[in-house]
Design a protein around this ligand. Structure first.
Ligand code: 8IG
Length: 272
């Protein structure tokens, strides 16, 4: 084996180690569905089912505690009413933390190694459609990756057509027929966009702007997971509204919408 091949397999070995740790620490040999809960979505975990184990993220190989207020640093195993085991990853690593793209997608690869078939990616984001008031959940139909990087290394030519499962979007709309859909553009951040960048995003086809999700979704498709993405619009993107953006506003919109979107997500999980 060449040196580069050994290097490329490292992330998957680390994910296997994390999955083995999760299996032994939770007593659940295989999980079925994984969730990454972003800004505003943390409350969903409690509605999905009974938490059977809570692991501090920094005890699981490759994970670290998150840098952002509004994100929790635990990995939870939840038993749903239908017997499915959900793995809730509360410790998302953002690309802007500077730990590299491997760290960003480690949770996704761990979910796949833990047996999951479905990955639910949630986030808080800025909205470009003025009809989507702060607190509106929006299904992710597709993404535009503006990070100028990929979680895949080497000649890994993965097809991203239908990356965000049409089947799972249909399930979500059967739960809430009023849900809108949009294209999510991942910027690096951690600064929010300028109004000019928001207009650029709009012209290239984005409806939502954020700092997560796209890189994770790519790694998920590569790992064979079926991806469901849903955003909470916590603010209108810069320049869409005359108000300047504040992280306080983002947290407040998340708090206010929390119970309603948590119920929605729990109902979607139950219907999957
Ligand atoms: I919450 O307006 C949240 N995250 N890039 N822009 C970007 N990320 C965000 C925004 C936003 N709001």
């Amino acid at each position: 084996m060449t040196t580069s091949a050994v290097t490329t397999s490292e992330p998957f070995e680390l994910a296997k180690a994390a999955a083995d740790h999760i299996a032994s620490a939770t007593g659940v040999a295989r999980h079925d569905i994984a969730l990454v809960l972003g800004s505003g979505w943390a409350g969903a975990a409690d509605l999905i089912g009974e938490t059977t184990a809570t692991l501090p993220a920094d005890e699981v190989p490759g994970f670290s505690i998150p840098a952002v207020e509004g994100h929790v640093g635990t990995i939870r195993s939840i038993r749903a009413a239908d017997g499915k085991n959900a793995l809730v990853l509360g410790a998302r690593t953002h690309y802007y933390e500077g730990r590299g793209v491997r760290a960003v997608v480690h949770g996704v690869r761990t979910a796949a190694a833990a047996g999951c078939r479905v990955l639910v990616l949630t986030n808080g984001c800025g909205g470009l459609n003025p009809d989507w008031a702060p607190g509106t959940p929006v299904l992710i139909r597709d993404h535009i990756n503006l990070t100028a990087t990929s979680p895949l290394e080497g000649p890994t030519f993965v097809d991203l057509t239908d990356l965000y499962s049409a089947r799972l979007r249909g399930v979500a709309r059967s739960v809430d027929p009023g849900l809108g859909e949009g294209v999510y553009a991942q910027f690096v951040g951690p600064h929010y966009e300028t109004p000019a960048e928001v207009q650029y995003a709009k012209r290239i086809g984005a409806d939502l702007v954020g700092m997560s999700t796209a890189l994770e979704a790519i790694a998920a498709r590569h790992a064979g997971l079926e991806v469901f993405g849903i955003s909470l619009v916590t603010n209108l993107a810069a320049g869409i509204s005359p108000e300047p953006l504040s992280h306080e506003e983002v947290l407040e919109a998340g708090r206010a919408a929390g119970p309603r979107i948590s119920r929605l997500l729990a109902d979607v999980i139950a219907a999957i």
